[in-house]
Design a protein around this ligand. Sequence first.
Ligand code: EPU
Length: 469
Amino acid sequence: MVLEFPIRNDDKILPFRSDPWWESVVIFQGGNSILNCVKIEGGEPLRGTLRVSGSKNAALALLSGALLVEGEVILHNVPYIQDVATMLTLLDRLGVQSTWQGSTVVLQTRELTGSQPPADLVSKMRASFYIFAPLMIRQGHAFMPKPGGCSIGTRPVDYHLNGLQAMGARVVEHTHGYEADAPGELTGARIYFDVPSAGATQHLMAAAVRARGLTTIENAAMEPEVVNLANFLNACGGRVEGAGTSTVVVEGVSKLKSKVEFSVIPDRLEAGTFALAAAATQGDVTLERVMPEHLHSLFAKMREAGVIVEETEDTVRIKSAGRYKAVDIHTMPYPGFPTDLQQPMSAFLALAEGTSFIRETIYERRAQHVSELQKMGAEMMVEGRTIIIRGVETLRGASVNATDLRGGAALIIAALAARGCSEIYHMEHVDRGYSRLEENLQSLGARIQRLSTSAVTQPLNSDYAPSGL
Ligand code: EPU
């Protein structure tokens, strides 16, 4: 089903047509994705209060970890985003039924019916790979098609595979995927990563919970999403220590609880994106239900640029204070400046006075949004892995393409701050990670309208009733 274009002939943007939310959570089945577009009339300062959603990356790790539980898992604060829809569909194909109640997902994980998730779903996102070990542990055998995700650079899975092999799994690579057997139990192992990997830390931590003996992961990722998963695994009856530091120690257990209830942490990346949008539009926005301590690196750089950032325990207020000044950024694993906020930050810095340098140290192709921002009048260029930005006083509206999730978020920030109208195409990238984007931005006074959704729409389950927007 394709939604109608909600614009009038005179091209004035109409108030949002409140379609049931699930109509915008689509399972892409070959629709014409170029129609997935938002139109933004920029120049309006964002003002008001917004509640941040549950974290995409934490929710995806928890949904994968839930496969270890033979019974029922209740997860609160799950974000309504495409990646979660994809993961729930993937779990459904393996026999896990899920139902939504507001932002709570209830998963029935007692019996699994498969050990090979469909390649078309796995190829949609990188996080699908995290189900490999739980599936192998539950079924004794698993075949995992090669994962997909945003094309932001090389994203190998060698840490995942080496770690599983160190724990005694037999892993074979085929042209289209990986096959793994766990003859008998997995056994604890000593694992080390060359660079901290959030995904590999989460995946191997989950596997280690059911391995015999001790597993130590050294140079582990310290991201809040890793801690959230460790706490979930402990709530399931696991014994994980050290999450949030560079050494995680897991003592395997032979059985987990059969019913677990747990909450996803707030999305620091959504919060960061809205914080930058508020600042770039010279607005005044309070974000609620955030964990400001997860965003210290961003707030430090925003303050350095001249933004007023006022934190409480679970809120943050972002206020503009005139024109900002250039700052330099190095992306680093947590608690360093997150690579995922580098692109949104570049849109903010496009308007800051002076020259900013952003050095991307994690992914080699996370600057594809730069040529799109140039179409909006941004003066920036890419040299190797560095984005050099000479701030301009104003950006102008343009038709641009989202090339990946956070690159799309950067274009939205720029379009909100720009003079005139912008159309951002390929919103399917952005829909992967931002929940109810238009509604949220509209509630802050933004003039943003979805022009069309792209593909076949399919509610996850027919009894889902969207909670108030
Ligand atoms: N790496 C390897 N081998 C591996 C795994 C990782 O060399 O087996 C390297 C990667 O090449 C990269 C670095 O380790 O250089 C970090 O990759 P990581 O594994 O941490 O990335 P990821 O787990 O695949 C998660 C987030 C990303 C986020 C990165 C970095 C999820 C689902 N994804 O990815 O989120 O950019 O950590 O913080 O949790 C996003 O939300 O937009 C996003 C891309």
